[in-house]
Design a protein around this ligand. Sequence first.
Ligand code: B12
Length: 210
Amino acid sequence: MDLSKLSETIVKGQIDEARELTEEAARSGVDVQEIMNQGLIVGMETVGQKWKNDEMFMPEVIRSAKAMSGALDIIRDELDKSGSGAGTMVIGTVAGDLHDIGKNLAAMMFEGAGYKVINLGIDQPNEAFVNAVKEHKPKVLGISALLTTTMARMGEIINGLKEAGIRDEVTVIIGGAPVTDDFAQEIGADIYAPNARAGVERAEEFFKAK
Ligand code: B12
């Protein structure tokens, strides 16, 4: 099956068509990892590029993200089963911050890379991150912040992990528009990622080097 058509529905933000093509691909036996990587992620990467080049605007990006997550819902169970057993990731957006498009993209990329992803959602208090690490014992904790006024929560969460004595049990990766490599080092995060794909790549590099 030609998965470029599926990518196109994501780029165009065609929510129903994206679900239908995903269903069709899964029914006709296309591997869910392939649907994810060759169809959905390729589509969303195009959206990212177009957004960067001012060829797409925010309402369109939001529609594309909705098309992607609707399609992903259809293959999520299979994706979990077929997961390469990469491990668990907990991810969320910090307290006071309602931005979730980038965080959800990062979640999808990690899901595509075989992680079981527990998405806490937006506006999550520091304790929610710490408690989720205690409860789910993830390999990776992803934290997202899009506001200069909320990015300080990231360091507080890391301190919370230290206080709970579980800092060394999880790899912390941070992302979001105002976040930088320097900031990541300053607060003691393990990895900074400028975008969702780099997040997966840098996590893989980090674990290889460990
Ligand atoms: C869409 C948007 C909104 C939407 C959010 C909708 C939603 N569901 O997310 C709405 C309208 C709600 C909103 C509200 C506000 N927003 Co706003 N928003 C944006 C906008 C235009 C786009 C953000 C976005 O989705 N980008 C697309 C995604 C794909 O990119 P991304 O989020 O950066 O994520 C990528 C990477 O950063 C990375 N990433 C992100 N998180 C993570 C996490 C991990 C673990 C990893 C690995 C990677 C990763 O991967 C992603 C994909 O590659 C930005 C402008 C901009 N250029 O960023 C402003 C922006 C972030 N908003 C801003 C502001 C000020 C606000 C408001 C305060 C506005 C207001 N006065 O009400 C409120 C605050 C609400 C709140 N409490 O959070 C400012 C922040 C300024 C600052 N420096 O603090 C920005 C920069 C706009 C500006 N230039 O002024 N906003």
